[in-house]
Design a protein around this ligand. Structure first.
Ligand code: GDP
Ligand code: MG
Length: 172
């Protein structure tokens, strides 16, 4: 049995905590509570290989770069979240993407990244699905649009990571 650490990264307000809450607790809140760093531990009974799934919900604040770096260094898989309503939040993922590649190497099998465009329930958009997908293909990573609010693609997102974890390549 061993642990699998998923790190959720992205600018403040994009819905990182909402996505994790939706998956872990099955609910959603409108109020914004800034996070410093929270870790959730889910014990998974479905696979004998997996000890526990740790989800680290990070902060986007510049003051916490050190924590972010440490979380990345310890992570096994990464969820990069932007909001489809704010283009700059996609741009702000770029340095994080490069930091992950610098710290973890370029092999997408060893170190999966999923690019997530959250708040897809909102009618006001600054990033189209096509633009998100183009960025993901440039980065050679998976892509999903989600809504923590309307519970769209949240199960799929975490399932993608769990499926990946069960493949032998992930343990190489
Ligand atoms: P974080 O800073 O990335 O952790 O962002 P939060 O999870 O705290 O969410 C920031 C704000 O966006 C909160 O007011 C949430 O209610 C809202 N929010 C989060 N996810 C969604 C979503 O999928 N759709 C909509 N419309 N709002 C969301
Ligand atoms: Mg948060």
């Amino acid at each position: 049995s061993r642990d699998f650490r998923v790190v959720v990264l992205g600018s403040a307000g994009v819905g990182k905590s909402a996505l994790v809450q939706r998956w872990v607790r099955g609910n959603f809140r409108e109020a914004y509570l800034p996070t410093i760093e929270d870790t959730y531990r889910q014990v998974l009974g479905c696979s004998h290989k997996v000890g526990a799934l740790h989800i680290t919900d990070t902060t986007g604040g510049r003051r916490y770069r050190g924590l972010q770096r440490l979380a990345i260094a310890r992570g096994h898989a990464f969820i990069l979240v932007y909001s489809v309503t704010k283009k700059h939040t996609l741009e702000e993922l770029k340095p994080l993407y490069h930091l992950i590649r610098d710290l973890k190497g370029n092999n997408p099998l060893k170190c999966p990244i999923i690019l997530v465009g959250n708040k897809c329930d909102e009618s006001h958009r600054e990033v189209s699905e096509k633009e998100g997908a183009a960025c993901a293909s440039e980065w050679n990573c998976a892509f999903l649009e989600t809504s923590a609010k309307m519970n769209i693609n949240v199960q799929e997102l975490f399932q993608m990571l769990l499926n990946h974890e069960k493949k032998p390549a992930a343990s190489a």
